[in-house]
Design a protein around this ligand. Structure first.
Ligand code: HEM
Length: 390
């Protein structure tokens, strides 16, 4: 389906009309208590628990880590060829590993985490044959190793060792069932905790990696937008007293960058369709939808509707100077399943872009617009560039 009316019906899902339609492989890997597999009241409850540590306020404590990691990342860029997608992937994985369980950005644990995550992430497009040698089997095994890592960390924390102010700790402290309150719906079991930590990793990593890569590519192709963006960031830098680094209040005041992010998500439409399952019979635009049918919302056509976005293939962040009509822009979705990671994603992008445009200019090494045939759309060539200092 396409159009804003279909988007409204499918995404707001009034009166339990639809539920999320997660393909079988995803359900098996993420587990039965993942946010993505829950519906109705259970979904609402779980979201409430997860959303609090992902709020803007909750993000503040991760900002210094994200900022120093971005600076370190760019220290290695000078004068060399870079695959932007690889760099963005490493950056976002280190951020999320730190945010969730205070993983150090390098070392043995980080390597284990990274290699398990890569196997899990690449098994989503596979057929669900649980036979040794298949991608699905390897994915399930890597998921089990990741859960064992989490079990070990949870056990340590419960023993009062290795206290950290991270996402895991906030869930453990406030929400984890300890066997005494099994029937308390406002608490999470260890299984729910692990399924949902994995869900955040999977839902948050490829999407943010893709957004960063497309953003750098679109800027490279649109010198006027790059210049305006750079002016915004150089001004932030020059207004700063004492030559210190980016601050929390600066990162929350980047109006042009915010528009560049929205325009990137519109043009790239990283998740090209949102999939729902009909929970009852209903009509959309005169089409009869039957109970249990899968219905996909085509977001690419909504994001390229010339009535809302004239000359839709042009990259033009100033479109977002105006208010966009409801359900016209769905970069982070809408309704009860709207992305709960929006604050983290925007924070990562703003910090990364700030350091990039203040330090470097880049030149693409290939002219190739092909897109990887995966659920999350990414430049197929990983966007190779050469980098020079400003
Ligand atoms: C630029 C980066 C991101 C984009 C473009 C993005 C986009 C989206 C969209 C469009 C949806 C709704 C899909 C639907 O309605 O079917 C969604 C859901 C979701 N996102 Fe994000 N996301 C991003 C980053 C993140 C991050 C960093 C996290 C985790 C920390 C995250 C976690 C989730 C989760 C758990 C859901 C499912 C929510 C639910 O079913 O209630 N996302 N995201």
């Amino acid at each position: 389906m396409t159009g804003r009316e279909a988007a409204k019906i499918l995404l707001t899902g009034k009166d339990g009309l639809v539920s999320l339609n997660l393909f079988y492989t995803g359900k098996q890997v993420l587990g039965p208590t993942s946010l993505l597999t829950q519906t109705g009241e259970a979904h609402k409850r779980l979201r409430r628990l997860i959303q609090e540590p992902l709020s803007m306020d909750g993000m503040k404590k991760y900002f210094p880590f994200i900022n120093s990691l971005a600076m370190e990342t760019f220290d290695n860029w000078s004068g060399r060829k870079v695959l932007v997608l690889e760099e963005a992937s490493t950056f976002t994985l280190k951020v999320i590993g730190h945010m969730i369980m205070s993983l150090e950005p390098s070392g043995e644990e980080q390597e284990k985490f990274r290699s398990n995550f890569k196997i899990i992430s690449s098994c989503f497009a596979s057929l669900p044959f649980k036979i040794p040698g298949t991608a699905f089997y390897r994915g399930i095994k890597a998921r089990d190793r990741m859960y064992a890592m989490l079990d070990a960390t949870i056990a340590k924390r419960r023993n009062g060792e290795g206290f950290q102010q991270d996402f895991l700790e906030s869930l453990l402290k406030k929400h984890s069932k300890d066997g005494l309150n099994e029937e308390d719906d406002n608490k999470l079991t260890d299984k729910q905790l692990k399924d949902n930590i994995l869900t955040l990793l999977v839902a948050g990593h490829d999407t943010t990696t893709a957004a960063l890569t497309w953003l750098v590519k679109f800027l490279g192709e649109n010198p006027d937008a790059l210049q305006r963006l750079r002016e915004e960031h150089l001004k932030i830098q020059s207004d700063r007293e004492g030559g210190s680094t980016l601050t929390w209040s600066e990162v929350n005041n980047m109006p042009y960058t915010t528009k560049v992010i929205s325009e990137t998500l519109r043009r790239a439409t990283i998740l090209p369709w949102y999939s729902r399952k009909a929970a009852q019979d209903f009509d959309i635009d005169g089409y009869k939808i039957r109970k249990s049918w899968s219905v996909n919302l085509d977001v690419v056509s909504i994001h390229h509707d010339p009535e809302i976005f004239p000359n839709p293939n042009k990259f033009d962040p100033s479109r977002f100077n105006e208010h966009i009509r409801p359900f016209g822009f769905l970069g982070f979705g809408s309704g009860p399943r709207m992305c709960p990671g929006i604050n983290l994603a925007k924070l990562e992008i703003c910090v990364f872009i700030h350091h990039l445009v203040c330090r470097y200019r880049w030149t693409p090494l290939e002219k190739d617009d092909s897109v990887q045939p995966t659920l999350v759309r990414m430049p197929k060539n990983k966007y190779p560039v050469t980098v020079e200092s400003l």
